[in-house]
Design a protein around this ligand. Structure first.
Ligand SMILES: Nc1ncnc2c1ncn2[C@@H]1O[C@H](COP(=O)(O)OP(=O)(O)O)[C@@H](O)[C@H]1O
Ligand SMILES: N[C@@H](CCC(=O)OP(=O)(O)O)C(=O)O
Length: 374
């Protein structure tokens, strides 16, 4: 299997005891499975919950605190316990754990966004395991991600992950909460998430979790909109994540089956994404895109119209004004205007992902081939 970029999110209930407090056996089981995925050559980014659940006991609370200050204080205690446990467990497999604590405003600022991307990329290049949680102790309630399910979907989208795996205490999505309705039936595969499913999904099932299945479905829908397929479920043992990636997991698969994920992203670009602008390319770039399977580079761009942002979808037209394809851009319109016609190495500083391509091959869909300019 080709190298995959996988975002794994682990919920509080899968890391702590029902009454709170870190469960080292549960945590080790996940670490072993992540280490195995890395040994198979995949990139893994971990989104971990559990700071509040791990910290409230040691801080002296009998149950998960309900006040914001209580949760924030518990998270400050629990986060360091979590990282201590991850660092020592990953070290047993020869991997280094790296902590990143995010707030929603990190996603609003392009500069922070860019730094975050560069940091995670550098960590992955060096073989480390990026471990992300919300920076609970400083997050302001109105500005939180909602929960780590949504955070994991946003991270999976912006890292162009191949798959988002939401590990939880239940083996998938049911048509009703199985903890309260024993007749509930499990979905094995869903092509999409409908409003009805979100309505039907219930809330939290454990004393330590946050959003329940509803928040997972909202997150799954967000991930699908970025072209990332999702798995919600459970598992145990070293091979559980590899099995999930191979389509053999105990849970619900949402979107296109993982190996065919690229196809889905392209479908989204071709048929669903709003088109935010237009780029004109010269005949060399047109030929590279249509005949040689290459990415679009800044050097081949001759004109830019519309007010698009980086990662928006734009139409690409040739010198005759004929639309030849559509793709997701790494540059905002204003930046692309500055760098059109320039060498990639000069231009890439303006791309928020530091990527030289204007449209990477993976984010390109050909709409007309017969129109190549002569
Ligand atoms: N339709 C549903 N299908 C499956 N689980 C559901 C459903 N509705 C509610 N749940 C509950 O969601 C829980 C998982 O959510 P949560 O406790 O937030 O987990 P985590 O801590 O892993 O994020 C399950 O234990 C289950 O009780
Ligand atoms: N950031 C919080 C987790 C919030 C959260 O979404 O929890 P969960 O529903 O268990 O994934 C913490 O570390 O306690």
């Amino acid at each position: 299997m080709k190298r995959q970029r996988v975002v794994v999110k682990i919920g509080s209930s899968s890391l702590t005891d029902p009454k709170g407090g870190l469960c080292h056996d549960k945590l080790f089981d996940h670490v072993e499975a992540i280490a195995y995925l890395k040994q198979l050559g995949h990139d893994v980014i971990l989104i971990t919950s559990g700071a509040v659940a791990a910290g409230f006991g040691p801080l002296g609370y009998p149950a998960r605190p309900t006040t914001i200050a209580g949760k924030q204080a518990a998270a400050a205690v629990g986060q360091s316990l979590l990282m201590q446990a991850y660092s020592s467990a990953f070290a047993q497999f020869g991997f280094t754990a790296a902590q990143l604590l995010l707030t929603r405003s990190d996603f609003y600022s392009r500069e922070r966004f860019r730094n975050l991307f560069a940091t995670i990329t550098t960590l992955l290049e060096n073989g480390a395991v990026p471990i992300i949680n919300e920076n609970d102790s400083v997050s302001i309630e109105e500005l939180t991600f909602g929960d780590n399910d949504m955070l994991s979907a946003l991270v999976a989208g912006f890292l162009h992950a191949d798959a988002l795996i939401l590990l939880t205490d239940i083996n998938g999505l049911y048509d009703a909460n199985p903890k309260t309705n024993p007749q509930a039936k499990k979905y094995a595969f869903l092509p999409e998430i409908t409003d009805e499913m979100i309505e039907a999904a219930g809330g939290i099932g454990s004393a330590v979790g946050t959003g329940g299945m509803r928040s997972k479905l909202l997150a799954a829908r967000k991930a699908l909109s970025f072209g990332v397929s999702v798995f919600i479920g459970t598992g145990s043992g070293r091979e559980k994540l590899a099995d999930i990636l191979a389509g053999k997991g105990d849970g619900t698969y949402i979107g296109v089956p993982f190996p065919k994920q690229m196809q889905m992203r392209k479908q989204w670009i071709a048929y669903h994404a709003p088109v935010a602008g237009m780029i004109t390319v010269d005949s060399g770039a047109e030929e590279a895109l249509l005949m040689r399977g290459k990415s679009l580079l800044p050097a081949g761009v001759t004109a830019v119209s519309g007010d698009f942002h980086a990662m928006d979808v734009v139409d690409v037209v040739n010198e005759k004004g004929i639309t030849i394809g559509r793709g997701q851009v790494y540059y905002a319109a204003a930046d692309l205007k500055k760098v059109k016609g320039r060498p990639s190495e000069e231009a890439r500083q303006y791309s928020y992902l530091h990527r030289p391509e204007v449209i990477h091959r993976d984010n390109w869909v050909t709409l007309r081939k017969e129109s190549v300019s002569k």
